[in-house]
Ligand binder design. Structure first.
Ligand SMILES: [Zn+2]
Length: 188
């Protein structure tokens, strides 16, 4: 699903598709990505290296998971290796959710919201160091606040989440989805 960068990040073409592709390959060697790929394989959804593509994105986002297709990383909205690692990890949690659920419907706000909560929570998107880099310096409970903010951004393009639906749906599924840490044993 489309995942937007912090609003301060503007479209800039700094890295080439080739450089981005190399960063993706490097991300595949990180412990988190390796673990998620192992878990995907165990769950019956093995993914190859060609599952990931570096593309120039016209929509303001860092990456996306497209069911049945794979993961795209947006060359024009990422700058550093850590962001690629983060995007790849985040999108693989969506891929895992897609794999384990028999009938996940991305168009439905509740299904989409649940996966975004899990992806933002479990991928490390809201690690305090990353929040500091984005300019958010408020401490205490910032983890959940960050997850909510990023989920809202990701749901913005889903018509089923229009109006107050996004906020209401996040509230409705929050406990169940925030506490669902599969395939991790605990908060990674
Ligand atoms: Zn997402």
């Amino acid at each position: 699903m489309a995942d937007k960068p912090a609003s301060s990040v503007n479209a800039r073409r700094i890295i080439t598709d080739q450089e981005c592709q190399a960063m993706i390959q490097k991300s595949l060697r990180t412990p988190m990505v390796r673990f998620l790929r192992q878990q995907l394989e165990k769950a019956g959804c093995p993914i190859g290296d060609n599952f990931f593509r570096a593309v120039y994105c016209h929509q303001k986002m860092q990456g996306a998971y497209i069911s049945g297709e794979g993961v795209t990383v947006c060359t024009n909205y990422i700058r550093i290796q850590d962001e690629v690692n983060q995007v790849v990890t985040h999108e693989l949690i969506h891929a895992y959710d897609d794999c384990r659920a028999a009938n996940l419907e991305w168009t439905r706000c509740a299904h989409h919201a649940c996966s975004e909560i899990r992806a933002a929570h479990l991928s490390g998107d809201c690690h305090y160091k990353r929040e500091l880099l984005r300019g958010f310096t408020k401490f205490g409970g910032q983890g959940k606040e960050c997850v909510r903010r990023r989920v809202m951004q990701s749901l913005a393009t889903n018509p089923d989440c229009a109006g107050t639906a996004a906020k209401d749906t996040i509230e409705a599924v929050w406990d169940k989805c925030y506490n669902d840490k599969q395939p991790f044993d605990r908060e990674p």
